[in-house]
Write a protein that binds this ligand. Structure first.
Ligand code: ADP
Ligand code: MG
Length: 384
C-alpha cells in the first residue's frame, strides 16, 4: 500500500488527515540464538518488510487503532484505562506502547492509528516488534519526546513483556529501531552497546534467503521456559551472573565442573560457542570475508539442533537440502520449533536451492514453505 493510499484510508476511517506516516521493519537474526537472555551477543539485520502506520495525535485521552490486516473496524480505548491484562488481541501491542510511554512519564494524550504490514506474522521475523516500534516512533516524533532508538526499543520491550505478556529479549525491538541499510547490528545484550557491521551481500554476488517453514510447534513456549531455566541453572552452578561470563577458552573446564548435569552441559556449550560464533562472524565480515561465515552458520545450526535441541524436522530439512544444493551456509533462526531458516548462497544458486527445498518439502508431505531474499535494510523511520 502506498503512503497516499494509507493516508486516504486513514481519512475514511477517522474523518481527518494523518499528521505523518512511519515505517518499522521486521528482522532476521544472522547469528546469536538464545544468547539474549544470557547477557550475550546477537546479530540481527532489518528486513525490507515493514509495518507502516499513519498516525495523528488526539488530546481527549482516546486511542483508536485499526489494522488493514485484521477484519473489523477501529478499536477505541481510553489511554488512562490501559492496563496489562491477559485477554489480549493484536491491539495489545500498540496499546502496550502507549501504556509504556505513559508509565515512563510521557504525556501521551491519545492518537488515531491506521497501519498495515508486509512482515509475515508468526514466522519468527518479529512482526510484533515492527508493530511496537512503528507506534513508538510515531508517538515519539508527534509528541516531541526525543527518545533515542535504544531507549525506544526498551520501552517497546516493556510493552511486549509486561502489557502483552510475552517474554522476549531486547534484540527484536532494537533491530527494528536501530538497524541501518546494508549492515547487520552487532548488539551486546548486557550493556546494549551496538555496532553496525557492513553486510552488503549484493556487492559480493551473494544472497540471503529466508525460508519460512510455516510451522509453529505448539510446545514452543514451554520449551523456551525450560531452556531459559536450564541456562540460569548452569550460570548458578558455575557461579557466574550469566553464561555470557563463561569465556570460550574456559568452556572445557566449565563443562568438567558441571559433571553429570548432562542437559545443563549441553545448554552451556551452546551458549558459550554461540557467543563465540557471533564474534567470529563480526571479525569475518569486518575483514570482508562474507563467504567464510557460511561454515559458522552451519555450526550454529548443529549446536541448536544437537545441544540446545530446539530445531524440528522442517528446519533441518531446509538446512540439509540447501547445503546439498550448494548453499554456502544455512541455519534455523529465531526461537525454534518452527518459524524460519536462513540460507546464504551465491546469487546464481538461489533458484536451484529454492526449488530443491520446495521439492524436499513436497516429498516429505510438509506444507509448502515460503522463501524470499532478504536484503539488509533500514530501521524505523518517517516516510512522510
Ligand atoms: P512474530 O513477532 O514472530 O511475527 P508474534 O506472535 O510475536 O510473532 O507476533 C504476531 C502478532 O503480532 C500477531 O498475532 C498480531 O497480534 C500482531 N501483529 C503483527 N502484525 C500485525 C498487523 N499488521 N496487524 C495487526 N496485528 C499484527
Ligand atoms: Mg514477536
Amino acid at each position: 500500500m502506498s503512503i497516499a493510499e494509507l493516508a486516504e484510508r486513514f481519512e475514511e476511517l477517522y474523518a481527518r488527515a494523518p499528521e505523518g506516516v512511519w515505517a518499522a521493519p521486521g528482522r532476521v537474526n544472522l547469528i546469536g540464538e538464545h544468547t539474549d537472555y544470557n547477557d550475550g551477543f546477537v546479530m540481527p539485520f532489518a528486513l525490507p518488510h515493514t509495518t507502516v502506520a499513519a498516525v495523528a495525535r488526539r488530546e481527549d485521552g482516546v486511542l483508536r487503532l485499526h489494522s488493514a490486516d485484521v477484519e473489523g473496524g477501529a478499536v477505541e480505548l481510553r489511554v488512562d484505562e490501559l492496563a496489562p491484562r491477559s485477554d489480549q488481541d493484536w491491539t495489545a501491542y500498540p496499546a502496550g506502547v502507549v501504556w509504556a510511554l505513559r508509565e515512563a512519564g510521557h504525556a501521551v494524550t491519545g492518537a488515531d492509528i491506521h497501519l498495515t504490514s508486509t512482515v509475515p506474522t508468526g514466522a519468527g521475523l518479529s512482526s510484533s516488534a515492527a508493530l511496537e516500534v512503528v507506534t513508538a516512533l510515531a508517538l515519539d516524533e508527534l509528541y516531541g519526546l526525543g527518545i533515542e532508538g535504544p531507549q525506544l526499543a526498551l520501552l517497546c520491550r516493556r510493552a511486549e513483556n509486561e502489557y502483552v505478556g510475552a517474554p522476549t529479549g531486547i534484540m527484536d525491538q532494537t533491530a527494528s529501531a536501530c538497524c541501518t541499510d546494508g549492515h547487520a547490528l552487532f548488539l551486546d545484550t548486557r550493556d546494549l552497546a551496538q555496532r553496525q557491521i557492513p553486510f552488503d551481500l549484493a556487492a559480493e554476488g551473494m544472497r540471503l534467503l529466508v525460508v519460512d517453514t510455516r510451522v509453529k510447534h505448539s510446545h514452543s513456549n514451554g520449551e523456551y521456559g525450560k531452556r531459559r531455566a536450564g541456562c540460569e541453572k548452569g550460570a548458578a552452578l558455575l557461579g557466574v551472573d550469566a553464561l555470557r561470563d563463561v569465556a570460550y577458552d574456559e568452556l572445557d573446564a566449565a563443562l568438567e565442573r558441571l559433571g553429570d548435569e548432562e542437559e545443563v552441559r549441553r545448554l552451556v556449550r551452546h551458549i558459550v560457542t554461540e557467543n563465540h560464533r557471533v564474534e567470529r562472524v563480526v571479525s569475518l565480515l569486518k575483514a570482508g570475508d562474507t563467504r567464510a561465515i557460511g561454515p559458522v552458520l552451519n555450526e550454529g545450526h548443529v549446536s541448536l539442533r544437537d545441544d540446545f535441541r530446539i530445531s524440528c524436522p522442517e528446519l533441518d530439512l531446509v538446512v540439509d537440502t540447501a547445503l546439498a544444493a550448494g548453499a554456502v551456509g544455512a541455519r534455523m533462526t529465531g526461537g525454534g520449533f518452527g518459524g524460519s531458516a536462513i540460507v546464504l548462497a551465491e546469487a546464481a544458486d538461489v533458484d536451484t536451492i529454492t526449488k530443491a527445498v520446495e521439492e524436499a518439502f513436497a516429498a516429505a508431505g510438509f506444507k509448502a514453505p515460503r522463501s524470499f531474499t532478504a536484503v539488509p535494510s533500514a530501521g524505523a523511520r518517517r516516510l512522510g
